[in-house]
Design a protein around this ligand. Structure first.
Ligand SMILES: Nc1ncnc2c1ncn2[C@@H]1O[C@H](COP(=O)(O)OP(=O)(O)O)[C@@H](O)[C@H]1O
Ligand SMILES: [Mg+2]
Length: 332
């Protein structure tokens, strides 16, 4: 038997690899199936084509069903096989690639594990200090103050992590809601510079502005400030390595886009880290990030806000010279 034209067209319309099997032989296959399993599989025994015991069991029993298989056609990646009996002993076999689903699942579990770890570290420290304070009645006044300050500091750190996590989930929830405020980036830059004064003073860093009108863009005012605050905060914290450090916040319109640029003259970031900086909790130097009050979530927040605003995010850095982060937004 061969397949009529309409059936072949339907088979070709299936996007994933699909085969029609009759009497244990491949009757027809679409292009993705030929690409995955070989050009000459039509007419061959299904046992030579799939070579996977669980998949073959489902097909040879002829009752339909589904199963998971680890590798096919030499490719180590997880597939789901779906077998559907059709009239006259014919079966439709579809193969669905599960690697995207699995990697999304893995990202979710990694994220939960990382977040729990980040929260547990300050919590363990706090419990240690609190136990000493509670159990040692004759504790020296100076030590009591020091332990109290430590507990306070760790609790503040936990709060920052929780607040950043909440921000991230809010931004993600609004991912498909277009922002509606009419915003000028130079205004955002001015406010971010003002917000950063206390931090800049603490690090002995000057904040320079180089602002040209840059707008209007369709923005979410709160989120844009959060984006700018994070970039400016990073530039000050990681850029103030020498005495007389300074950072520059610049805005302009270039090639029809409103551009915000934050530049520092710090130690820079080695190229192998650049692509991973926007991952949640990724830091080049975890201890340093922690000591400077970081949560490891700032650039991930920046990335999500940029995505919601259809803006591009570009991080350029030269070790020993400094870092420039550029965000370019479509103009209204
Ligand atoms: N301007 C910068 N200069 C050097 N390193 C930076 C800069 N901005 C970010 N980084 C690196 O990227 C990491 C991730 O940044 P971020 O997501 O804001 O987290 P956090 O600042 O809380 O650690 C930082 O820990 C730091 O190692
Ligand atoms: Mg940061």
């Amino acid at each position: 038997m061969s397949l009529p034209g309409l059936s072949l067209a339907l088979l070709d319309a299936i996007e994933e690899p699909a085969l029609v099997v009759e009497a244990e032989k491949v009757l027809a296959a679409n292009l993705p199936a030929l690409a995955l399993l070989g050009e000459r599989i039509v007419g061959r025994d299904i046992r030579f084509v799939l070579r996977h015991p669980d998949a073959l069991d489902i097909i040879l029993l002829g009752r339909g069903g589904s199963g998971e298989i680890g590798s096919l056609g030499g490719r180590e990646q997880p597939w789901t096989i779906l077998v559907r009996p059709l009239p006259d002993g014919v079966q439709l076999v579809r193969l669905v690639d599960r690697s995207a689903t699995l990697s999304a699942e893995r990202m979710r579990t990694d994220f939960v594990a990382n977040a729990s770890h980040e929260l547990r570290t300050p919590l363990t420290t706090m419990i240690g200090y609190a136990e000493t304070l509670a159990e040692d009645g004759a504790i020296d006044e100076a030590i009591r103050v020091r332990f109290g300050t430590m507990i306070h500091g760790e609790a503040r750190r936990m709060l920052r992590i929780v607040e950043d996590l909440m921000s991230l989930s809010r931004i993600e929830a609004d991912r498909f809601v277009p922002p509606v405020d009419e915003v000028a980036l130079d205004q955002i830059a001015r406010i971010a510079a003002d917000n950063a004064r206390p931090l800049a003073r603490q690090w002995g860093c000057a904040v320079e502005l180089s602002l040209q009108a840059a707008g209007p863009i369709a923005g979410d005012l709160t989120q844009l400030l959060q984006l700018a605050d994070n970039l400016v905060g990073n530039a000050i914290r990681y850029g103030s390595v020498a005495a007389n450090a300074s950072i520059t916040i610049a805005t302009s319109v270039e090639a029809g886009r409103a551009v915000l640029c934050v530049t520092d003259r710090g130690e820079g970031i080695a190229s192998q880290h650049l692509l991973r900086l926007t991952e949640r909790f990724y830091r080049v130097d975890a201890a340093r990030s922690r000591n400077s009050g970081g949560t490891g979530l700032g650039l991930s927040i920046v990335k999500h806000i940029a995505e919601r605003h259809r803006a591009s995010l570009d991080i350029r850095s030269i070790v020993g010279q400094g870092t420039t982060v550029t965000v370019a937004f479509p103009l209204l």
